[in-house]
Design a binder for this molecule. Structure first.
Ligand code: ZN
Length: 151
């Protein structure tokens, strides 16, 4: 288990030092900003939708290792996903990081690398860091989101 934990920490460190899909997305059809005052994380998510498929996604901003790596991992896994799949992943992710800390997280196979975030449930103060980009994503895609017109 400790080896696994080290591997998880390596992935998190890697993504926080070299975040994937970092930067503004010029063709974004949706965007939203998430702010976590508890930690100072401030992340803006950009999404380019094609129909109900995530064609491209990126993020920018600054934050701690957990919020940055979570946004980076999220951006990697969501490319090519349908809205329905995005919602399902959001729910699974939320459940994984907010579940009972005394229970081991059950991680669905479709979560892929997002599984590295499972340990966050043991650190309640970090949950907001891990879920920040996801909440911004859902705001961007959802009814309450700020929609950026490209027309
Ligand atoms: Zn944070």
């Amino acid at each position: 288990m400790s080896d696994l934990r080290e591997l998880y920490q390596e992935v998190i460190l890697d993504h926080s030092r070299n975040p994937r899909n970092f930067g503004r997305l010029e063709n974004a059809s949706h965007k939203a900003r998430g702010h976590n005052p508890l930690c100072g994380d401030d992340i803006t998510i950009y999404i380019e939708m094609e129909g109900d498929v995530v064609r491209n996604i990126s993020f920018e901003g600054s934050g701690c290792a957990i919020s940055t790596s979570s946004a980076s991992l999220m951006s990697e896994i969501l490319k090519g996903k349908t809205l329905k799949e995005v919602r399902s992943l959001f729910e699974s992710f939320h459940e994984m990081v907010t579940g009972d800390p005394s229970q081991k997280a059950e991680v669905a196979p479709e979560m892929g690398k997002l599984a590295v975030m499972a340990g966050v449930r043991e650190f309640p103060i970090r949950v907001k860091c891990a879920t920040l980009s996801w909440h911004a994503l859902m705001t961007a895609l959802g009814e309450s989101g700020e929609k950026v017109s490209t027309e």
